[in-house]
Design a protein around this ligand. Structure first.
Ligand code: ZN
Ligand code: FE
Ligand code: FE
Ligand code: ZN
Length: 271
């Protein structure tokens, strides 16, 4: 089973509970080998109500440092989940210079039309508009992948969160983004948060995984924990999905360099 979780939030984003020390304690209990914090990135000026304030960036760095000091046996990686916003790439470059980051996740929550597709306050916009929303989302996702700003991309088919999907074979949406991943060497995550949402399946759907595996695109398995009891959640299910798709290794990141580790033990008993 995958033994690292590289998508974990903190209370600094105003909608998560559990400080890095608490997540680290839980990670050790769970037998995780590595833990990566990836809170929602700050913006240069007030932007929305679900991300870290720029003024809190030092608190974030301190909180991760505190967890490292208390749990020296656990490798703890420092990251951010960055919103990819077309036209605002420069800000991500600035952020990259502000701390010794281990990894940046590129996520698309905002459509270019100016609203966040996973925000329950916009639930009413989804019904009857899935085709249009998915077209806009996946075009933005391709740009996110090709921006060169990130180490892996988050929750690939996020617009399904509330259970609305276009009709027909959805691979037409996946294929250009998988091509972009293959072209750029970027990884993507299997994000188990979808299993806790109305869509009731991990992000991304199985056909995406199969296409990505065939294209040789590296994968991670992450929980997107916003609370301590979500850390590593459904990793057994997600590992089974990855193995079924043919994956044998998962990616981890240190100082923005990718490493690959075996997904499952070849010998029985351990891991
Ligand atoms: Zn969040
Ligand atoms: Fe996200
Ligand atoms: Fe997240
Ligand atoms: Zn996320």
């Amino acid at each position: 089973m995958s033994r690292a979780d590289f998508h974990v939030h903190t209370p600094l984003c105003h909608h998560a509970s559990g400080w890095p020390v608490e997540f680290a304690r839980r990670a050790v209990e769970l037998g995780l080998e590595e833990l990566g914090f990836a809170d929602h990135n700050p913006m240069p000026a007030p932007f929305d109500d679900w991300r870290m304030d720029l003024a809190d960036l030092p608190r974030y760095l301190d909180a991760v440092a505190e967890a490292r000091a208390l749990f020296p046996q656990l490798p703890i990686r420092l990251g951010l989940e960055c919103d990819y916003l077309p036209g605002r790439e420069k800000w991500i470059e600035e952020l990259a210079g502000m701390a010794p980051w281990d990894f940046f996740i590129g996520s698309v929550h905002y459509l270019p039309e100016g609203w966040d597709v996973d925000n329950p306050k916009h639930l009413a916009r989804h019904s009857g508009n899935a085709e249009e929303i998915w077209q806009s989302y996946w075009l933005t996702y391709q740009r996110c992948i090709r921006s060169g700003l990130f180490d892996f991309v988050g929750h690939p088919d996020l617009p399904k969160k509330f259970g609305y999907r276009p009709d027909g074979d959805l691979r037409r949406f996946y294929e250009p983004s998988i091509q972009a991943l293959a072209d750029t060497g970027l990884a993507f995550e299997i994000n188990t948060a979808g299993l806790r949402k109305p869509c009731r399946e991990a992000y991304p759907a199985v056909p995406f995984l199969q296409l990505a595996r065939t294209a040789g695109v590296p994968v991670l398995i992450n929980s997107d924990a916003h609370a301590v009891d979500e850390l590593g959640s459904h990793f057994g299910d997600a590992t089974a999905l990855a193995l079924e798709a043919g994956y044998t290794e998962v990616a981890r990141f240190t100082q923005r360099q990718r490493r690959m580790v075996p997904l499952a033990p070849t010998a029985a008993g351990s891991a």
